[in-house]
Design a protein around this ligand. Structure first.
Ligand SMILES: O=C(O)c1ccccc1N[C@@H]1O[C@H](COP(=O)(O)O)[C@@H](O)[C@H]1O
Length: 211
């Protein structure tokens, strides 16, 4: 979120959480002052998530005053993630050979693992999907599915993967950092559609093989 109207649109559409990128390398980056302004608009019971990529602990401490949840999207160790008085989630980029069971155990203190596509040299926000069948069943942590989700593919993603949550950035934008209220609303509707498909046993999910 970089703009007031995008915060309002996501809240109106029923988003459970809003993300704020504090990593200056992102096209969606905001600074501490803007974080304070934007998060002040967020109603109670909507989670304010701050996204960091291998950043200065002092900055994270200051930003945490405006945040409910910290999202670590770099190579932070579990110990580094746990150093702040806020719940946290760890983003894992789905490079080849990742052992998600071992990583779930290593990140014992995380509230969830956020699984994103891997692109060399880019920490996230790539708009790329990954092969969802690589997510093993029975992970010890809730999964937040991310990476290239859009209003067109998120229903299938929810029905197939059955994640704890989904996370989207570029898929609901008109341009980098500029969200599109229509796409936000369409995304949330598709999430609910996917959840209904899941509850119905995936019967109509195009990506689910026949039993
Ligand atoms: O959004 C960014 O600019 C960003 C920068 C650095 C790390 C992570 C970033 N965003 C996160 O990446 C996922 C996937 O984004 P997309 O939906 O594929 O565009 C997104 O969910 C953000 O949490």
């Amino acid at each position: 979120m970089t703009r007031e109207q995008d915060v309002d649109a996501a809240v109106a559409a029923g988003a459970d959480a809003l993300g704020f990128v504090l990593w200056p390398g992102s096209k969606r980056a905001i600074d501490e002052a803007r974080l304070a302004e934007l998060t002040a608009r967020v109603p109670a019971f909507v989670t304010r998530v701050g996204l960091f990529v291998d950043q200065d602990p002092g900055l994270i401490h200051r930003c945490a005053a405006h945040l409910d949840l910290l999202q670590f999207h770099g190579d932070e160790s579990p110990e580094a993630c746990a150093a702040f008085a806020r719940p946290w989630i760890k983003a894992l980029r789905m490079r080849d050979g990742l052992d998600l069971h071992a990583l779930a155990a290593a990140h014992d203190g995380a509230r969830a693992l956020l699984l994103d596509a891997y692109r060399p040299g880019v920490p996230g926000g790539t708009g790329a999907t990954f092969d969802w069948s690589r997510i093993p069943a029975g992970l010890a942590k809730p999964v937040i599915l991310a990476g290239g989700l859009t209003p067109d593919n998120v229903a299938e993603a929810v029905a197939r993967v059955q994640p704890f949550a989904v996370d989207v950035s570029g898929g609901v934008e008109a341009a980098p950092g500029v969200k599109d209220a229509g796409r936000i609303a369409a995304f949330l509707q598709a999430v609910r559609r996917g959840d209904a498909l899941r509850a119905a046993g995936n019967a109509q999910c195009p990506g689910t093989p026949d039993p």
